[in-house]
Design a protein around this ligand. Sequence first.
Ligand code: SAM
Length: 233
Amino acid sequence: MRLRHIPGAEQMIEESPFVIQDARERKGRWQESLGAKAPLQIEIGMGKGRFILEQARKNPDLMFLGIERYSTVLLKALRKRGEEEAPNLFYLCEDARKLGEIFGPGEVGRIYLNFSDPWPKKRNAGRRLTSPVYLGIYEQFLTADGTVEFKTDNRDLFEYSLESIGQAGWRILASTFDLYASDLAAGNVMTEYEMKFAAEGKPICKLIAARREPEEGDFSAEKADRENGAHIL
Ligand code: SAM
């Protein structure tokens, strides 16, 4: 995504009631602090935010958090949202690499990764949001039955992701190289990038993955919850 500096972007974001400013202070109490009925659903790298806005509208009982590292891009999502009623949608300007500092064990029930940057050079593989580096970060806060849903037009990235997710011990629950010709298309919400690629006739790949079963001795979300005496949903 090409980035142009937008004067005042930081200030507009800092002043928006929809952008979370004190994310680290909410670690361990996200659900309570937002009045959510279940662990959060987050999109990492939401871009201009069409997908997460639609998801929030369609699922008023769930709480959504759109995460984007660039303030200039986040501002576009904020403008798209406008003043519309979406009390179950908030935003965070943060790099995915830092999310382990922000969410505690079991605080996120679903992670959406849509058209993530492919980082095609091998030496940059660790920057891909489906690399073992990031899967390790997601394990720190995804619920035991939590899932990652990933869509891309990039077949190389998709094949890499299938492999990296399997190697990390996660389970692929469903996958397709042609979303619109598959059962996974039911209820699909398009992102801005997806609309462009779909209009060009490009096939869209999608997978749904579940985190690995915790192993004996693992520091897992459930174990942490038990130690804290918390109720496990
Ligand atoms: N998901 C949107 C869509 O499908 O239309 C945007 C896709 S765009 C190719 C990828 C977005 O992810 C960009 O806005 C980029 O800034 C953001 N991004 C990439 N790496 C990120 C990271 N480590 N943390 C947060 N956002 C990231």
